[in-house]
Design a protein around this ligand. Structure first.
Ligand SMILES: Nc1nc2c(c(=O)[nH]1)N[C@H]1C(S)=C(S)[C@@H](COP(=O)(O)OP(=O)(O)OC[C@H]3O[C@@H](n4cnc5c(=O)[nH]c(N)nc54)[C@H](O)[C@@H]3O)O[C@H]1N2
Ligand SMILES: Nc1nc2c(c(=O)[nH]1)N[C@H]1C(S)=C(S)[C@@H](COP(=O)(O)OP(=O)(O)OC[C@H]3O[C@@H](n4cnc5c(=O)[nH]c(N)nc54)[C@H](O)[C@@H]3O)O[C@H]1N2
Ligand code: SF4
Ligand SMILES: [Mo]
Length: 720
């Protein structure tokens, strides 16, 4: 076969960079940024070229594995799927449906077949014990959107390319490449905002983003809600609140004014460490500038008051008139619309508290329970105990609090089925591993990230390589499992078994085409009228196939109030308002040494540490500590330190730096590959330690159930 160039979207993070992959036959020659991609314009990060390394990684599992004692044997797909379905069915028949749990990890959101068919499988398990990475991540933002805008996925996106003033709270887009704000090439976009106005970063660490910003402000971990209340106080005290055009659709402005009356900047300064004058200046900037926006992300979420912080970020943007306005926060109009699309593929509006976890009584959100409750549901005896797990593209042993406890819990299960292509810290507990094909062997379209992007674009990536004859993508695996499960429950001709079979036959591309046609840029399908949102109607899969670099649909459009399911914005929903008492009770708490996380450009949660070029150089799993703390704790001369929390202790190299604020230390997450039975040749050479061997499932955001991975009290001493 001759050399050719294949264009696709990199699926490794949220940025959706276009890549140009030169191939010769089945051999990748090079991976570069696609200059003709209208969104990313040639940008990629060091992880982009790793698409090839993942594809060729000898440790990547290519055929189903079945446990034999401490060993594994390869089996064929029919045997693997039959056995998985039979064992799941048997456990559910004997112990009830809830005895089988599910954990869905982050890469599912980056995987078209998994996005299209995964939710149907999750429902089809009929278990209330469903968990995902959402509750160690953006759950508070979804929670706030559900209560304020009426849909869990109506997440307001900063209109990055038109704003003049950006305030970043608890995000580090220069390392993460942006999150719930899909925008390739952060460096350029941030530079352009600075040229137009200013970029301010509020973070306990002077991050990579802080270093390219106009200003950086230190903030004590977990105190964001105080900062935001005080900013609101200034807005109302100085009579600067103005909702603007949307005023007729917004409820609760007066309620907010009343709630923030007592929290002045001086009071907040004592708690947050942010000077009162800075709080007032930031509030005035947001309230008086035409194109300004406050962007809060994971630092505001994975903490004890995540729900409050996510809510108050939205409230500030609304009362300063920046919702649904160019340069403020807007809702994208994605070609596949998970909010409006009909026929089972759309995402539901959300739900809260329909059921509770068995042991601690933590509330469901959006059909899932908080993952801080997972281990205890396995370890605690009694009726309704979890006996089996299915994990799908997730590594909760490294990514959720108290990984050691979860390790123990997984080791006790009667059955674990893992849909994953690595034998890692989690899947080493599996009885069956069902490996999907390599990402380059499946079609791709970003169902989620187009809906979170700072610009409306659409792009389809066909598979680069033919999958091997016996290869299956994630969608085929879950539909195969579901069909078998329904066949065992109700017979091969039952409605649900037939549905699964029909979708298997239709395939991903047919379903994607239907979703595009039904979407706001489509030609209309099954009686759904196209919404005339722009000049380019009629977006179908064929249109995208003819545009290998992607289609540009223009800047974000105002969509309110139409896009709101109830047509209204609620600024002061009762559950959020009620949670303020919990915050106020924390006011006098002693704030000792606390631990936060950090992301690194060459890393991707727990799973890209097997790529040699990303792991070069010295050990990155180090503890950052301020010189003053090092002095105070007498560790200034130590090379390695022991970090201890209520949960456990780890020993790591120490890095003393004034980029981290006093009273705070930081460890990256996703390391800890030194566990037995892991098959990750490269990662095991610099295994590091898992920060989640320190994080505590007993401390969490009580309102939303989200984990508090930041702000963990720790002690540090020199390791001997
Ligand atoms: N302390 C601390 N902990 C954190 C965080 C933090 O900031 N601090 N961040 C949290 C966040 S935001 C997240 S999203 C979670 C992530 O937590 P998880 O989603 O649980 O973990 P990942 O590391 O993303 O694990 C991905 C798994 O998916 C597999 N995989 C990759 N691609 C595919 C695919 O296409 N198909 C299948 N079937 N499998 C695939 C990989 O082999 C790996 O096993 O971690 C959380 N944990
Ligand atoms: N290179 C790389 N890119 C990634 C990932 C990765 O692991 N590596 N993971 C992807 C995933 S799953 C996600 S969810 C996104 C996340 O994307 P971001 O939200 O940008 O995540 P972080 O880089 O962790 O930035 C969080 C910031 O919050 C700060 N912080 C910690 N505690 C607090 C606090 O209490 N208050 C405030 N205000 N700040 C605090 C931290 O110091 C950190 O700078 O990144 C995605 N992109
Ligand atoms: S920024 Fe994200 S999407 Fe772009 S090349 Fe890097 S990993 Fe891929
Ligand atoms: Mo995440």
């Amino acid at each position: 076969m001759a050399a050719r160039t294949h264009f696709r979207t990199c699926h490794l993070c949220e940025a959706m960079c276009g890549v140009a992959i030169a191939v010769d036959g089945d051999h990748v020659l090079s991976i570069r940024g696609d200059e003709d991609d209208p969104f990313s314009r040639g940008h990629i990060c060091p992880k982009g070229p790793a698409l090839e390394d993942l594809h060729t990684d000898p440790d990547r599992i290519r055929r189903p594995l079945r446990r034999r004692g401490r060993d594994w044997e390869e089996i064929d797909w029919a045997t693997a799927l039959d056995e998985a379905a039979e064992r799941i069915h048997g456990i559910q028949r004997r112990n009830g449906n809830d005895a089988v749990g599910l954990y869905v990890g982050n890469p599912n959101a980056h995987n078209l077949p998994a996005m299209l068919f995964g939710p149907m499988f999750a429902k089809g398990l009929r278990s209330r014990n469903r968990f995902s990475a959402t509750s160690v991540d953006q759950l508070p933002q979804m929670f706030a959107s559900y209560f304020m805008f009426g849909h869990q996925l109506l997440l307001p996106i900063p209109d990055l390319d038109r704003t003049d003033h950006l305030i970043v709270l608890g995000a580090n887009p220069m390392a993460s490449n942006g999150s719930i704000m899909t925008a390739p090439d952060m460096r350029r976009r941030i530079r352009e905002i600075r040229e137009r106005g200013s970029v301010t970063v509020i973070d306990p660490r002077r991050t990579e983003t802080a270093k390219v910003a106009s200003e950086h402000v230190f903030l004590r971990p977990g105190t964001d809600a105080w900062l935001l209340l005080a900013m609101l106080h200034v807005v109302f005290a100085e009579d600067l609140a103005d909702v603007g055009r949307l005023a007729p659709f917004v409820d609760g402005v007066d309620a907010i004014a009343a709630l923030v009356r007592e929290v002045n900047p001086r009071r907040a300064a004592a708690i947050t460490g942010v000077p009162a004058e800075t709080i007032a200046t930031l509030a005035r900037l947001l309230a008086t500038e035409e194109r300004a926006v406050l962007y809060g992300r994971i630092g505001t979420c994975v903490q004890e008051f995540g729900g409050l912080a996510a809510w108050l970020v939205n409230v500030l943007n609304v009362v300063t008139g920046h919702l649904d306005r160019p340069g403020g926060v807007m809702f994208p109009t994605p070609a596949v619309d998970p909010i409006r699309s009909q026929g089972g593929l759309g995402v539901s509006r959300g739900s809260f508290g329909r059921w509770k976890s068995r042991v601690r009584g933590l509330p469901e959100f959006g059909g899932e329970l908080p993952v801080v409750a997972l281990a205890e549901e396995i370890l605690t005896e009694g009726p309704g105990r979890l006996r089996a797990m299915v994990t799908m593209a997730g590594n909760p042993v490294l990514s959720t609090p108290d990984g050691r406890q979860l390790d123990r819990a997984f080791g006790q299960l009667d059955l674990m089925v893992s849909i994953d292509f690595y034998l890692n810290e989690t899947t080493r507990h599996a009885h069956l591993i069902l490996p999907p094909v390599s990402p380059l062997e499946r079609p791709h379209y970003d169902v989620i990230f187009h809906a979170l992007a700072v610009r409306n674009t659409a792009k389809f990536s066909p598979p680069l390589f033919e999958p091997p004859p016996d290869g299956k993508h994630d969608g085929e695996i879950v539909l195969g499992l579901l069909r078998r499960l329904e066949t065992l429950r109700r017979g091969p001709l039952s409605r649900r078994a037939l549905e699964a079979r029909a979708l298997e036959k239709a395939g991903v591309e047919r379903v994607l085409d239907l979703a595009l046609r039904a979407g706001p840029w489509g030609a209309g399908f099954a009686g759904i009228k196209p919404r005339a949102l722009g000049p380019k109607g009629e977006l179908t899969l064929d249109v995208l196939r003819d545009a290998p670099h992607g289609v540009d649909l223009g800047p974000l459009l105002p969509t309110l109030p139409d896009r709101l399911p109830e047509g209204r914005v609620q600024l002061a929903p009762a559950p959020l308002v009620a949670d303020l008492d919990r915050l106020f009770e924390s006011e006098d708490r002693a704030r000792e040494l606390v631990l936060i996380g950090r992301r690194q450009l060459r890393s991707n949660n727990s799973w890209m540490h097997n790529v040699p070029h990303l792991m070069k150089g010295k050990d990155r799993c180090t503890l950052l500590m301020n010189p003053a703390d090092a002095e105070r704790l007498s560790v200034a001369g130590a090379e390695r330190v022991e970090v201890r929390s209520r949960i456990g202790a780890v020993e790591v190299p120490l890095e003393i730096t004034d980029e981290i604020m006093e009273g705070v230390v930081s460890l990256p997450h996703g390391f800890g590959h030194g566990r037995d039975g892991v098959r990750l040749g490269v990662a095991s050479e610099t295994p590091g330690q898992s920060v989640n061997d320190l994080t505590d499932p007993a401390v969490f955001d009580v309102l939303t159930g989200n984990a508090a991975l930041n702000g963990v009290p720790v002690s540090v001493r020199a390791a001997d």
